[in-house]
Structures are given as structure tokens and as C-alpha cells.
Design a protein around this ligand. Structure first.
Ligand code: SF4
Length: 102
């Protein structure tokens, strides 16, 4: 049974992100308020954006939504990875490294 999430403050955090070219990445940490993970093919970070730097300094990003319902941490298209997630680079793409098939 996943730990209940009662507010946005409870959403799983992004522990680290290797995608340094992303606008939201500062020193391998994500500074978007919340990311969306997944599309129909893979557990990609859908929030990845190549642009001048953005995000909120000092804020540790969380997982706002995840469309990978094939992941064991996913319930009702939300992420319940209690320990947080890591994002890495796989074949040139930003991929949730915590994705784990059921
Ligand atoms: S988790 Fe996604 S939005 Fe955040 S820095 Fe990494 S690629 Fe960018």
C-alpha cells in the first residue's frame, strides 16, 4: 500500500538528475517545482527543456505526475516512490532511473 499523499508537499522528490543541459538542472539537481514522467513509449522526463536556465534555486523538484502505469511505484498515474527518484541519461534521453516494471 503506497504511503498516502495528501498535498503537493508529499510528492516524491527528485534525488538527482544527470541531465545537466536541461533548463531546470543546476549542479545535477532538478529545480522545477514538479516534473511529469512518461509518455506512451518510455519513462522519459517530459519536463526536460533545453533553454536558458530556469526553475527555482534552492527548491528540490518533485514528481507531479507519472504516466508510466507499468511501473510498480505507480498508482492511478501518480508516483509513490517513497525514497524519491533519480533521472539519468539513456540513449541521449532524460529517463527516470527509478522506473521499475511490475
Ligand atoms: S528531472 Fe527533468 S526537468 Fe528536472 S533537471 Fe532533469 S531533465 Fe530537467
Amino acid at each position: 500500500m503506497p504511503k498516502p499523499i495528501k498535498s503537493c508537499a508529499d510528492m516524491p522528490k527528485i534525488k538527482g538528475c544527470e541531465v545537466t543541459e536541461c533548463a531546470y538542472n543546476i549542479e545535477k539537481n532538478c529545480h522545477a517545482i514538479a516534473i511529469t514522467v512518461g509518455n506512451s513509449q518510455a519513462a522519459r522526463c517530459d519536463t526536460f527543456y533545453k533553454h536558458s536556465k530556469g526553475g527555482i534555486k534552492g527548491l528540490n523538484g518533485g514528481v507531479g505526475a507519472c504516466k508510466m502505469d507499468s511501473c510498480k511505484f505507480n498508482t492511478d498515474l501518480e508516483c509513490f516512490a517513497a525514497q524519491g527518484i533519480n533521472v539519468s541519461i539513456n540513449s541521449g534521453e532524460a529517463i527516470c532511473a527509478t522506473f521499475s516494471p511490475r
